[in-house]
Ligand binder design. Structure first.
Ligand code: NAG
Length: 236
């Protein structure tokens, strides 16, 4: 009898602890309250499909390119005073291939737009030369609740590659390879519109996955927002 009572008390204790110690936060009460949390929230809003990214890479490597060399550069900067943000962006522009004048200008309109913001994300891409160098960049900012400072995470995914000669011979208007060439050579938005929507999305998904994986490998974010298919990712 005594043991039973003891067990009952223990069970009650456990129950009441489960109720009072329940760690699930009230979503209304718990905002992301630091600049860094807001950067992460911004990156978490980017959806990628792991399966499709792997398939795209396999196809490119297996059939389309001979030589493939990739690298990810990551920068994390915390507590940048808002007034220093232009200087910081100028520094990135000077230090990293891929942020050209146009991209730098666009950053102004994104990060200094009127109105309050908690976090912002921007991406760009660049290609140099005929077939050799592709760059994709993603930058996320989170603003401190007092609006005085920002934290920033920045990544550039670099891909140097050489297209396999045998593929050029059998160039096919509807192949992924042909779209890849167009994607890599032409950087203007208007040119991109002529690509198949499916292909643009596949490449975009591929480079975004690489960028986010870079952040995870550096321990800057814990998770990637993976979805089951490309269809779940909104069109740019
Ligand atoms: C905080 O950020 C996480 C991702 O880092 C997000 O899933 C969550 O919805 C955010 N919470 C609020 C209250 O905005």
């Amino acid at each position: 009898m005594k043991i039973l009572r003891l067990l009952l008390i223990l069970a009650k204790l456990t129950l009441s602890c489960m109720q009072t110690c329940d760690p699930t936060p009230d979503p209304c009460a718990k905002q992301n309250n630091t600049a860094y949390e807001r950067v992460k929230e911004s990156l978490h809003s980017v959806k990628v499909c792991k399966y499709d990214a792997t398939e795209t890479e396999r196809q490119l490597k297996g059939e389309l390119v001979d030589h493939w060399n990739e690298k990810t550069d990551i920068v994390k900067q915390t507590k940048i005073p808002i007034s220093d943000l232009p200087k910081f962006l100028d520094h990135l522009h000077d230090a990293y291939e891929g942020i050209d004048e146009g991209t730098r200008k666009k950053m102004n309109s994104v990060f200094f737009a009127k109105g309050g913001w908690e976090h912002k994300l921007m991406e760009w891409k660049m290609v140099k030369g005929d077939d050799a160098v592709a760059r994709y960049g993603m930058i996320a900012f989170g603003r401190s609740p007092d609006k005085e400072f920002v934290d920033c995470m920045f990544v550039i995914y670099k891909l140097d590659f050489k297209i396999a000669p045998k593929v050029i011979v059998t160039e096919n208007k509807h192949s992924m390879f042909f779209d890849f060439i167009k994607w890599t050579i032409h950087t203007q938005e208007t040119e991109e519109q002529t690509l198949g929507v499916r292909t643009i999305k596949a490449f975009q998904n591929f480079v975004r996955s690489k960028a986010l994986k870079g952040f995870v490998e550096e321990g800057l974010i814990e998770q990637i927002n993976y979805v089951g298919s490309l269809d779940e990712i909104p069109d740019a």
